[in-house]
Design a protein around this ligand. Sequence first.
Ligand code: UDP
Length: 332
Amino acid sequence: MADSPDADGGACLVTGGAGFIGSHLAEALLAAGRRVVVLDDLSSGRLDNISRLQGDQRFRLVKADAAELAAVEAAAAGCRVIFHLAAVVGVRAAVETPVRAIRSNIACCEAALEAARRLGCRLVLASSSEVYGRGRGMPLREEDGASPGSPETPRWSYAAGKLACEYMAMAYFRQYGVEVSIARLFNVIGPRQSGRYGMVVPRFVRQALRGEPLTVFGDGSQRRCFCDVRDAIRALIGMAESPAAAGGIYNVGGTEEISILELAGRIKELARSRSDIALIPYAEVYGEAFEDVPRRVPDISRIGRLLGWRPEIPLDETLAATVEFERSTAGA
Ligand code: UDP
């Protein structure tokens, strides 16, 4: 393998690279012949996620807080691209540790942007469909703006932090010419996703495999479009490679819509589980002031025009792979 950054397509830094999406991304970049530095403080990322990469001499793990500029800058030295995925994620974290969720996400993003500015790296920033709030019309389009709900509702603190990151990224693009592009990820799922932060698919899969009731919040009529992590990282890598992506925001999501109640049934079937499906009032889970998103569907025509990207992996295939992964790691 060549050592010059150009010959190997450029080394990459993945902040949050021991997490669910980050570890899949690091793996794909290595498979494409890149050198990869992962920066992760392992607060929610797991060594297990990257253990198979650690034998590869083109791979390096830096255990550090992504909010520390000096650490990020040192890790990014020699890299052509920074993928910024480090974040406090999930609705549960936004509700239970809101100060951390806002402060840390903004601080980490600023460090990634500043390191990119100093080193001349291209940057892909992972944002979230949460920034659309309850949405103004479906499908959700980038040009329609973003509006998380009222600050009086705890859920939206995550979205507010991510939106601040997006504004800061655009400011770095305009003021300093940093080639940053923003991916708004819609309900990315797949093997290695943790259920600890409230995400529905890994929770249902584990519940189904343990024979516990599948906990559907509300009446289960809320709808989502899930996106396989392999499709999502194809979009992130494509964005990094496209000069035209700089200064732009791109929805990255699936198009197959499903209600959460239907999802529970589908997972039960795929896991051949005899679990019950339990409807749990939101107030019991998140307290009275909780507000869910009734429907979230991305318009993906913008990234389609940029890269020709569209999701390819059907939902059932992703769910089956997730069931298989959880079955094989049960008790691990
Ligand atoms: N959800 C659920 N049961 C769970 C976890 C989540 O019914 O055990 C619901 C949640 O209320 C939401 C949907 O599943 O309507 C997706 O939740 P997730 O946290 O995965 O992502 P979100 O779309 O809320 O960001």
